[in-house]
Design a protein around this ligand. Structure first.
Ligand code: NAP
Length: 420
């Protein structure tokens, strides 16, 4: 039956022929999309024969939308994503100019896609700058709607910046701005609800998949009431809503303070042997060191917007770069989700059938997992890994490998299809 994916109570209802809107993207987007959609259709056919199929529905955004409608992000695109719940997109140009919002940010805000989800794992054969990239196996849950990225900032010298400066100095007694007259000012909102809905999903994910830990990554040592509060609210939620499934470092510290280190260690060891999810926290800068020195200590990561931005790209680089890093923006309550390439449009390579389509292909695999077509996702992972392992790669990997065969975007997709 053809139709839209729906959310009923906590379940996603997926018809056999679900309509899925897609944006092909700007720059290299069309090359990548053409290649990716062939892989998706072949993988679905391999698993389900003619019983299931995706009905792709193109929606416009970016340069193509502007050319055809005069609008960078037509309302129809938003309403289509709203209606069909689950969609996928290639990279979009961020139009440069005062007052132009990033299209990606606009989509996330309009649909309240509060989690930026990025799994980071190593595919055998991918060239990496570290010795043991296979030790990285993490799932990043980055808060997507708050923090300094909320877009509340004022340029120095404007009446708005001046108004805020005056309010801070006259009404709040703030004397800490070093050069008040020439400062631009940004505002960093971090809320209880925003934190809790993100951390809840990160913990739920770890519990459902039997993963060892969730780490709250923050800079609470410096920003106590925003990042520090994120950590505090995260721990409180874990203890309140998942008391049977988790063991928190808060609890460890409580026992250690009351009874000493040995009983606290014993409680932690017992929690590990009972396969409870350990909830811990780490300061963001220390975390960025530790993903290089001992990545095996981390599994699910829950973090704020700005930290998450840096962390996602740093981890992607460790396992072989942004050419193959997948991502998704999700609202777990409404079921809205847009799966997307994490790299940009790489415009200098547009229409050359050259770049790596891996990021969109793997984002599609995430999408298949999300709608419950896990076997399709597994075929794609296996096909991509086998292709790279046999040395069939696009230019970005080719330049880092010895004895590999250089393929075009379309050829790389064909090789994956052969290896499904
Ligand atoms: P970019 O498009 O990601 O390109 C930077 C470099 O990354 C490329 O020159 C290329 O490296 C490499 N690269 C990117 N995609 C690749 C792929 N598929 N395969 C292999 N290598 C790839 O970043 P940018 O040049 O900063 O941004 C260009 C435009 O994209 C901007 O308008 C920006 O706003 C937009 N953007 C969109 C998104 C999104 O839609 N999610 C995200 C980021 C940026 P080499 O030069 O070394 O070959």
């Amino acid at each position: 039956m053809t139709g839209e994916i729906r959310k009923e109570k906590n379940n996603l209802i997926v018809p056999d022929f679900p309509v899925i809107p897609f944006i092909e993207g700007d720059g290299t987007g069309p090359d990548i999309w053409k290649a990716s959609v062939r892989v998706f259709n072949a993988a679905v056919e391999k698993v389900y024969g003619s019983e299931k199929r995706i009905v792709w529905k193109e929606v416009l955004a970016g340069e193509k939308a502007f050319r055809e409608t005069g609008n960078w992000l037509p309302e129809e695109t938003l309403s289509t994503f709203r209606h069909y719940l689950v969609g996928i997109k290639g990279p979009l140009t961020t139009p440069v100019g005062e007052g132009m919002r990033s299209l990606n940010v606009a989509l996330r805000q309009e649909l309240d896609l509060y989690t930026c989800y990025r799994p980071v794992r190593y595919f055998d054969g991918v060239p990496s700058p570290v010795r043991h990239p296979e030790k990285v196996n993490m799932y990043i849950f980055r808060e997507n709607t708050e923090d300094i990225y909320a877009g509340i900032e004022y340029l120095n010298g404007t009446p708005e910046a001046e108004k805020i400066r005056k309010f801070l100095s006259d009404e709040m007694g703030v004397r800490k701005i070093r050069f008040p007259e020439s400062s631009s000012i940004g505002i960093k909102p971090v809320s209880v609800e925003g934190t809790e809905r993100l951390v809840r999903q990160a913990i739920k994910f770890a519990v459902d998949r039997n993963l060892p830990s969730v780490t709250l990554v923050h800079k609470g040592n410096i920003m106590k009431f925003t990042e520090g509060a994120f950590m505090k609210w995260g721990y409180a939620l874990a203890e309140r809503e998942f008391s049977n499934e988790v063991f928190t470092w808060n609890r460890y510290r409580e026992i250690a303070d009351r009874e000493g280190a040995a009983p606290a260690d014993a409680a932690l060891a017992e929690a590990v042997s009972n396969r409870k999810v350990i909830i811990k926290d780490v300061i963001a800068d220390a975390f960025l060191q530790q993903i290089l020195t001992r990545p095996e200590d981390y599994s699910v990561i829950a973090t704020l917007n700005l930290n998450g931005d840096y962390i996602s790209d740093a981890l992607a680089a460790i396992v072989g770069g942004i050419g193959i890093a997948p991502g998704a923006n999700i609202n777990f309550e409404s079921g809205h989700a847009i799966f997307e390439a994490t790299h940009g449009t790489a415009p200098k390579y547009a229409d050359q059938d050259k770049v790596n389509p891996g990021s969109v292909i793997l984002s599609g695999a995430l999408m298949f997992e999300f709608i419950g077509w896990k076997d399709v996702a597994d075929r794609i992972y296996a096909g991509l890994e086998k292709t790279i392992r046999s040395g069939l790669v696009t230019y970005d990997f080719h330049r880092l490998m010895n004895n590999a065969n250089l393929l075009k975007t379309s050829e790389f997709a064909s090789a994956i299809i052969n290896n499904l």
